[in-house]
Design a protein around this ligand. Structure first.
Ligand SMILES: Cc1cc2nc3c(=O)[nH]c(=O)nc-3n(C[C@H](O)[C@H](O)[C@H](O)COP(=O)(O)O)c2cc1C
Length: 203
């Protein structure tokens, strides 16, 4: 392989596009679109988001004030609305009302669930940390609400049915998830087994 140095940047595609919501000090729902989002613990289940704190972001202020937020996965039919939530600020407009979306208070945290989005992950803020331009906020997942039609026979989320929006930061575009190319943990475990046998490793 021949590698070359490319422009130094923080993000390499792809990432899930999520919409994060929180109540402001007047219990008005704020929401904005994020690409900086990942799972950071299984026990307890936690996620981390990162929101720019050098520019004014109303949703960040509301999350820090209320101590709670909801992460939503929009589906691929909600591209225009999701993109709008990421280019307008709640300081200028009541964004959710503008796009005709409604909210219900989350079951386990003090934050708004967007009724029109198929997957809502209710989080309680447990840690914040300022890193460069962004504030990283870690939330413990207190409840997950999923549209029934998005679930498989085992009650797990079927990614193909959810059809999440994948954000490609390199080309500034949204993509669909691809087909399954392999089961995880299986080819690696098979390879390990072969190497262990060759090396005479006893179980
Ligand atoms: C696809 C996409 C991804 C984004 N990802 C982030 C992000 O990870 N962090 C961030 O601070 N802003 C991100 N933004 C920008 C915010 O959503 C945007 O600044 C928004 O207007 C903030 O709204 P608010 O002031 O109502 O909170 C993203 C926007 C788009 C369209």
């Amino acid at each position: 392989m021949s590698k070359k140095d490319i422009k130094l940047r923080a993000i390499v595609a792809p990432v899930p596009t999520v919409v994060v919501s929180a109540y402001d000090e007047n219990e008005k729902p704020d929401a904005c679109t994020l690409g900086l989002y990942y799972t950071c613990s299984h026990r307890p289940p936690c996620v981390t988001i990162a929101i720019n704190s050098t520019d004014r972001r109303k949703t960040l202020k509301s999350i820090l004030k209320s101590g709670a937020f909801v992460v939503h996965y929009p589906d691929s039919d909600q591209i225009r609305e999701t993109d709008y939530l990421g280019v307008e600020t709640g300081y200028n407009a009541d964004k959710l009302a503008k796009i005709g979306y409604t909210v219900t208070k989350a079951e386990k945290v003090n934050a708004p669930v967007i009724n029109e989005m198929p997957l809502a992950i209710e989080c309680k803020v447990i840690h914040t940390s300022d890193i460069g331009s962004h504030t990283q906020v870690t939330g413990q997942i207190m409840n997950v609400q999923a549209e029934e039609s998005m679930l498989d026979a085992n009650g797990r989320i079927d990614i193909e049915k959810l059809d999440p929006m994948v954000y490609d930061e390199e080309s500034h575009s949204y993509r669909h998830v691809g087909r399954i190319s392999s089961r995880a943990f299986v080819p690696g475990a098979e390879m390990k087994k072969t190497f262990d046998k060759e090396d005479g490793v006893k179980k």
